[in-house]
Ligand binder design. Structure first.
Ligand code: ZN
Length: 149
């Protein structure tokens, strides 16, 4: 199996079997984001504390956007804010690498599967949508203060 086919499998698996999907009963903040060019929608909620961030999400749309939300949830649920930022930065960097990035599996986990997606600018928006929602929700919740990465 080629790396591209393997990555495709990982994305489809997250799309069909989303990890951690569902909204939290009680959240500090939430953010609803849409990607009008593709019709993707995602709501991300954050709860917990800076040492232990909890993430809930709901959404609908293409396989890339929904799989990205699932991967994000799996990577970041229960992580500290510092880890969250590190992993988020690594994912955003990968998505801006135009397919030439060399993803670090230690940091990105199943996020590496999006390496090939970065070749397609329209798809990059799909993949980043849940991460933008997380960023917005985390700022609203006071967990992070920066405006934008
Ligand atoms: Zn999409």
């Amino acid at each position: 199996m080629s790396v591209d086919a393997l990555y495709q499998e990982i994305i489809l698996d997250h799309y069909k079997h989303p990890r951690g999907k569902g909204l939290l009963g009680d959240s500090l903040a939430e953010s609803f984001q849409v990607n009008p060019t593709c019709g993707d929608e995602v709501t991300v909620q954050v709860a917990g504390s800076a040492a232990d961030v909890l993430i809930g999400y709901e959404g609908q749309g293409c396989s890339i956007s929904q799989a990205s939300a699932s991967v994000m949830s799996e990577m970041l649920n229960g992580a500290s804010v510092a880890t969250m930022k590190e992993k988020r930065d690594a994912f955003i960097e990968l998505m801006h690498a135009k397919g030439l990035g060399e993803p670090d599996e230690e940091i990105l986990e199943d996020g590496v599967a999006f390496a090939g997606v970065a070749k397609y600018p329209a798809r990059v928006k799909c993949a980043l949508l849940p991460w933008m929602a997380l960023q917005d929700a985390a700022i609203k919740a006071g967990l992070i203060t920066e405006e934008k990465s």
